[in-house]
Design a protein around this ligand. Structure first.
Ligand SMILES: O=C(O)CCC(=O)C(=O)O
Ligand SMILES: [Fe+2]
Length: 297
């Protein structure tokens, strides 16, 4: 749909925009943030580090093993032949960040950039989640102690691949994702839930894209949209994106607070753990929100 774009939220004006942000969460499940306090230089330095990590030989990338299923290196495969990823669980742990750097032979300078980026993004995602909870009239420390998965993505788009899929349609499994997309190469598309049509999310250098996942839909008793999205190959170029996923409580049940439930808004989902949904998605191969639908009461 030409001319339609996702909402833009100015984080410096957050107080005045809480209605806009809640509307974005409900109608889109995604929005852009500007004035987020992450320096442009840190974002571009990190992108350069990411490119260089992907240029490591395969045997080095393979050292980046899973900590939880799906958290480590993903080589291109039959389903997603253009796509490669490296990852880290949990970015809130400085030991895990050090291990990631060591596995990938990061230089001292690259290590500093990865550490600064991790700290800054971790702080931002926690603050953003707190602000969302606050806008819903609840305690700001909703996500205290929740683990965060970090993933860097590389798409090797070629002239032959134009029009094909880089990453297939999915929802993110966690609560909130902050995505630094490629500042030049587009391809991300989000589904407009009212029309079911995909909308291109074009590059917007300096901003960050926020997606809400399955946990946010469950926690809000279905008020927030777990946005379906995909990446399409639009041009023959390497595309880099950097994603931070705030997952969900480690052990506690995910369920909507009583404030979101009344006779007009009955409880929609059975309580479940984040781990349960993550495993259900992986074991069924259903990644586009169907696992959450199985939890409906
Ligand atoms: O590369 C992108 O822009 C999106 C990546 C994504 O959706 C994901 O890592 O979950
Ligand atoms: Fe995603």
């Amino acid at each position: 749909m030409a001319g339609v774009s996702i909402p833009v939220i100015d984080l410096e004006q957050f107080q005045g925009q809480s209605t806009k942000i809640l509307e974005a969460c409900k109608e889109w499940g995604c929005f852009r943030i500007i004035n987020h306090n992450i320096p442009d230089k840190l974002m571009s330095d990190m992108k350069q580090v990411v490119r260089s990590l992907f240029d490591r030989p395969l045997e080095i990338k393979r050292r980046n093993t899973d900590v939880i299923e799906g958290s480590g290196y993903r080589a291109p495969n039959e389903k997603n032949p253009l796509y490669e990823a490296l990852g880290l669980y949990d970015i809130g742990s400085s030991d895990a960040v050090e291990t990631f750097c060591t596995q990938l032979d990061a230089s001292p300078q690259q290590r500093e950039i990865i550490k600064s980026y991790s700290n800054a993004l971790h702080k931002l995602i926690m603050e953003l989640c707190g602000k969302l909870a606050g806008s819903m009239g609840l305690n700001h420390d909703l996500a205290k102690g929740w683990p965060c998965q970090f993933r860097i993505n590389k798409y090797n788009f070629t002239p032959e691949s134009i029009g094909s899929s880089g990453v297939q349609i999915h929802t993110d499994s966690g609560f909130l994702t902050i995505l630094q997309e490629d500042d030049c190469v587009g391809g991300l598309e989000v589904m407009d839930k009212s029309s079911g049509k995909f909308i291109a999310v074009d590059p917007f250098p300096g901003s960050l894209c926020v997606n809400l996942g399955d946990m946010a839909a469950a926690w809000s008793n279905g008020q927030f949209c777990n946005v379906r999205h995909r990446v399409q190959c639009k041009q023959a170029a390497i595309r880099i994106s950097i994603a931070l996923f705030l997952l969900g409580p480690k052990e506690a049940m995910v369920e909507a607070p009583q404030e979101f439930v009344d006779s007009n808004n009955p409880r929609l989902f059975k309580p479940f753990t984040y781990e349960y949904i993550r495993k259900l998605r992986l074991s069924t191969g259903k990644h586009a929100g169907e696992a959450l639908e199985l939890m409906r009461l």
